[in-house]
Design a protein around this ligand. Structure first.
Ligand code: C5P
Length: 402
């Protein structure tokens, strides 16, 4: 049930808008409160009166409406909800979301909201297949939006192909998947992500190429299943995942300090690419190039191992500690040895040799090493790895042994 959950439904201008009326009805039947925004084009397909009658709420469509702004401002409208659903999402609205355009109430609300977003695309198959649309979709998904559909089937103008909006029942299932109390409700999770930067002097550092994509996706997937998630991340070019408490750090020591500060937790997933060494003779001042003198020597000392530390944390040890092993050869063999060495429960091993495109890319090929053995996963998107891992975690923290 969705009792008391608040959904903001953004309806944009496509023929599939008629299905949104059915979606409103079904959301209401499940106990959700549904507020709707109609774009100008959506009103060519369905009327505000129909939407208002079904939702039982005033329909908003105009950013600068004096009455709307008086009753509920557009910022409040976008934030005073538990989930924003965009159904149908036209190619045009998807492009606005990807680029951050805010030229009407719908796009403004989508730019201003801090809540999870579920997108149900609907468009002609040529628009759907266009690289621009696919790039926009990847951007929006990369920022944490969930996507439902589209399906293949009959489209407008007697054409068929990929682009039909998901059926109301499918969208409802996706909404419930996000909003209903998930299997990880009541579970506290800690995720480390991204690289660490170890300073050489105030302007230079030793870092690595970790993008943080996998760790951030895991934090989001755990939160979607209802966990109370803290993400501790090194410097990355990614937005903070929706619904996750994100702590930004630079060095391995800061990451360890932040992690210890969040204990006790039920689950820890260490996906960060922590620098193995830090610079012991880091300079407070910028090191100068002295003409004729040799380059300065950089002295390295080992960094604390966050994964190993969490794995041995005595009474405060998380029930499940998961580490990563990025390997370029003998992936499983090295990962098994790492699991023993670090004392963690699972190792998510991946092949990061350059040919795989894993580092910085969107796909990953995983071997999951547990006490029971090795599971080989197919090559799937990092977001799907995250979701699969989150469900595996949900299975074990509900009582099954690890
Ligand atoms: O030893 P290695 O870096 O290959 O181990 C990788 C795993 O250990 C990852 O889960 C990583 O997040 C974790 N790690 C850590 N602290 C370190 C080094 C690695 O938590 N200092």
């Amino acid at each position: 049930m969705l009792d008391g959950r608040r959904v903001l439904l953004v309806i944009s201008g496509g023929i599939a808008a008629y299905k949104s009326l059915e979606l409103i009805r079904r959301l209401k039947e499940r106990g959700a409160q549904v507020r709707c925004i109609l774009t100008r084009n959506a009103q060519e397909f369905i009327t505000p009166l129909a939407v208002q009658t079904l939702s039982g709420e005033k329909v908003c469509s105009d950013t600068f409406s004096l009455t709307d702004e008086h009753e509920i401002g557009h910022i409040t409208l976008a934030r005073d909800c538990d989930l924003v659903v965009v159904a149908p999402c036209t190619a045009n609205l998807l492009a606005k979301m990807a680029t951050g355009l805010a030229d009407d109430l719908a796009s403004t609300a989508l730019l201003v909201t801090d809540k999870p977003i579920l997108v149900a695309p609907a468009m002609n198959f040529r628009m759907w297949n266009h690289p621009a649309t696919q790039a926009n979709l990847a951007t929006v998904r990369g920022r944490g939006a969930a996507i439902v559909g589209p399906n293949a089937g009959m489209l407008a103008e007697n054409e068929s192909g990929m682009g039909r909006m998901s059926e109301p029942a499918e969208i409802l299932a996706a909404v419930e998947g996000i909003l209903a109390a998930g299997p990880l409700k009541g579970i506290k999770a800690l995720v480390t992500s991204g690289p660490t930067y170890e300073p050489i002097d105030p302007v230079r550092f030793i870092g690595n190429r970790s993008s943080g994509k996998q760790g951030h996706a895991i934090a989001l997937a755990l939160a979607r299943l209802g966990a109370d998630v803290t993400l501790i991340t090194g410097p990355v070019a990614l937005p903070n995942p929706a619904g996750v408490t994100t702590i930004h750090v630079e060095t391995a020591r800061e990451m360890l300090g932040a992690a210890l500060g969040r204990l006790p937790v039920d689950v820890a997933v260490c996906a960060a690419a922590v620098a193995d060494w830090t610079v012991s003779n880091a300079s407070r001042e910028k090191r100068k190039k002295e003409p004729g003198s040799p380059p300065p020597a950089i002295e390295l000392v080992p960094n604390p191992d966050i994964l190993a530390t969490l794995s041995e944390k005595g009474g405060a040890r998380p029930r499940l500690v998961v580490g990563f092993a990025a390997e370029t050869e003998k992936v499983v063999e090295h990962a098994k040895a790492k699991r023993d060495r670090k004392g963690c429960d699972w190792i998510v091993a991946n092949d990061v040799s350059p040919a795989t495109g894993t580092f910085g890319g969107d796909f990953n090929t995983i071997s999951l090493i547990t006490a029971a053995g090795v599971e080989e996963w197919p090559r799937i998107a990092k977001a799907d790895v995250a979701e699969r891992l989150a469900w595996r975690i949900a299975d074990v923290v509900k009582g099954v042994s690890v």
